[in-house]
Design a protein around this ligand. Structure first.
Ligand code: ADP
Length: 586
């Protein structure tokens, strides 16, 4: 978090009242959303309401012991983040204080209050390689040089978005701190490797484009049935034990995003600790480097008050936009947006606002959509294209999707991955319920799959969907009268659907090969099931009894395709065997 300079410091106010994270102050000279330092300990807060000479502040640190009469100091600047090299591999709290630095300053993590620390290391030097020359004209957003930030990512140093631009009159090359000037313009403007940006303000772009490329996750059920676009939005509800953590790790590891921003806002303390411990251990499977080399973690720990959950979310999306501006595809995962909504509810009730549904404020829906709105596939102001995809976890109490946070989220996001506790109990993983989930990107992404995988991708997928739908209907009858009462063709459909579920939809995150499935393999497994389907129905038409068809010994091999490394050869053989074994029956 950036600190205000002395020159902006405004007149102090006096604390009037303290109610949990909400503090009111008298006679403070401040504007909406300004950062202020509250009490003699200087706790960081943000102005959320101004009425006459009373200013209401939400405080991002625990307020116990703070009392009326203590001073409040305004900074004159809105809540902003420091953007520059050093954010990858970092673990921040909700107001962009690096947790390792805090730990050093305080001796132990999350103990003290009122400690400030810059979001990026001001002393570390970075190797700057210029990309423009003296005499070049540059404009806002233009890339003037690069820094190898981590083994995985080159950081692009950009002219700040609010710059007037101008002609480059001096440019450096070599090792500098983020505060040293690397480029000078004829206007006198000096450009450093870091910039500040207010978190509540979307970074400017030229335009939001219709996303046409999928964010490939390597998970068959997602890529095959419910794809998300690069620049798309998705919600994933995660009842306890349903595989939420595994799914999130899989996405962070395998999604073909350049950068991952993981926002953990106020899940139960130990869950966040899990993330803080787990992520630094994970390896980036594509490069072999640490996953943290392309990841920024923002973790609001449980001992931070609720208000900080909100700043977490905004800090995260602003960092994501900054990397997008460099031309990168960024995936932001927010876990869990329900905790953020609960924070809004608590603050709103302390402000004595008129409550909406289940006590959530009336602006819940507006806040959520403002956040998801910042996702998208964009043409950036420097001419590059980049995307921010947002995947928000929701934790509906009791798994009840009719509650307001889930419902409001569903109205906004275009992909819904319903994790299902029943499936998890039956050990069907990933436990994405294929009847309840959906993706509104499916049609617009079809041309990509047709061009880059197979041109009959949409038709084959539609066959799979129809088969699974039919199974769902038939299952209801089976429950009443038993499977044997069904006509033979329906019995056969049930058997094919079972293979679709077991061979295609199920995927073992812990198997070296099966953990990632490229789109070609996703297609081929689904198509192998269809090959069995087509040959089996031909045999049935020729009068072969259904038990004989389902008894062929090649069929169960479908369930082992996932773990095959040389799957093409395996499937070619399997399809031949299925066809010839069935042909022998008539
Ligand atoms: P949650 O975070 O929702 O409580 P987890 O993600 O920890 O649940 O998953 C619970 C267990 O389910 C895991 O320990 C693992 O055994 C199993 N599991 C979840 N997803 C998968 C998967 N894709 N492949 C294999 N096992 C899985």
């Amino acid at each position: 978090m950036s600190q205000a300079t002395d020159t902006d410091v405004r007149e102090d106010g006096i604390i009037e009242s303290v109610s949990g994270p909400v503090v009111t102050a008298r006679d403070l000279d401040a504007r909406m959303n300004d950062v202020v330092y509250v009490g003699s300990e200087g706790l960081m807060g943000e102005v959320i309401e101004i009425e006459g000479n009373i200013t209401t502040i939400q405080v991002y640190e625990e307020t116990s012991g703070v009392s009326p009469g203590e001073p409040v100091e305004g900074t004159g600047s809105p809540l902003s983040v420091d953007l520059g090299p050093g954010m990858l591999d970092a673990i921040y709290d909700g107001v962009q204080r690096p947790l390792d630095v805090l730990e050093e300053k305080m001796g132990s993590a999350f103990l003290d209050r009122g400690v400030d620390a810059p979001g990026i290391d001001l002393e570390k030097t970075w190797e700057f390689t210029p990309e423009v020359e003296e005499g070049d004209e540059v404009e806002a957003g233009d890339i003037v040089g690069t820094v190898p930030e981590t083994p995985s990512i080159d950081h692009k140093v950009m002219v700040p978005p609010d710059s007037e631009g101008g002609e480059v009159v001096a440019i450096e090359s070599g090792n500098f701190t983020v505060e040293e000037t690397v480029v000078e313009l004829d206007s006198g403007e000096e450009i450093q490797m870091h910039q500040e940006w207010p978190v509540r303000q979307q970074r400017p772009t030229v335009e939001k484009e219709t996303p046409t490329e999928p964010l490939i996750s390597g998970q068959r059920v997602l890529d095959g049935l419910f794809p998300i676009a690069k620049g798309g939005t998705a919600a994933i509800p995660g009842p306890f034990g349903s595989g939420k953590t595994v799914t999130q790790h899989q996405l962070a590891k395998w999604a073909d995003a350049d950068i991952v921003v993981y926002v953990g806002c106020g899940e139960r303390g130990n869950e966040m600790t899990e993330v803080i411990e787990d992520f630094p251990e994970l390896e980036d499977p594509t490069t072999g480097n640490a996953l943290m080399d392309r990841t920024c973690l923002i973790a609001n720990t449980s001992n931070m008050p609720v208000a900080a959950r909100e700043s977490c979310v905004y800090t995260g999306i602003t960092i994501a936009e900054y990397f997008r501006d460099m031309g990168y595809d960024v995936a932001l995962m927010a876990d869990s947006t329900s905790r953020w909504a609960e924070a809004m509810r608590e603050i709103s009730s302390r402000l004595e606002e008129m409550p909406g549904e289940e006590g959530y404020p009336a602006y819940l829906s507006a806040r959520l959509s403002e956040f998801y709105e910042r996702a998208g596939y964009f043409e950036n102001i420097n001419g590059t294209e980049g995307s921010v995809s947002v995947i928000g976890a929701v934790s509906p109490p009791g798994g009840d999707f009719s509650e307001p946070v889930t419902q409001n989220t569903l109205r906004i996001v275009k992909t819904f991955w319903a994790l299902d506790a029943d499936l998890a109990e039956r050990r069907h993983f990933p436990s994405i319920n294929w009847n309840e989930s959906y993706s509104l990107y499916r049609d617009q992404l079809d041309p990509w799959f047709e061009e880059n995988v197979r041109d009959d991708w949409p038709e084959t997928r539609q066959w799979a969907i129809d088969t699974l739908d039919e199974e769902a209907e038939l299952q209801e009858i089976v429950q009443l009268v038993g499977k044997d009462a069904l006509p033979e063709d329906q019995q056969l459909t049930l058997e094919i659907a079972r293979y679709l579920r077991e061979a295609w939809l199920q995927q073992n995150a812990f198997h070296d090969v099966d953990t990632f499935c490229e789109p070609e393999k996703t297609y081929r497994i689904m198509d192998a099931a269809k090959t069995y389907n087509d040959a089996a129905f031909e045999a049935l038409d020729a009068g072969v009894p259904v038990e004989e068809i389902t008894d062929i010994d090649a069929a169960p091999r479908l369930n082992r395709i996932g773990v095959q490394e040389d799957y093409n050869e395996y499937i070619d053989d399997l399809e031949d065997d299925i066809e010839s074994q069935l042909r022998e029956l008539y």
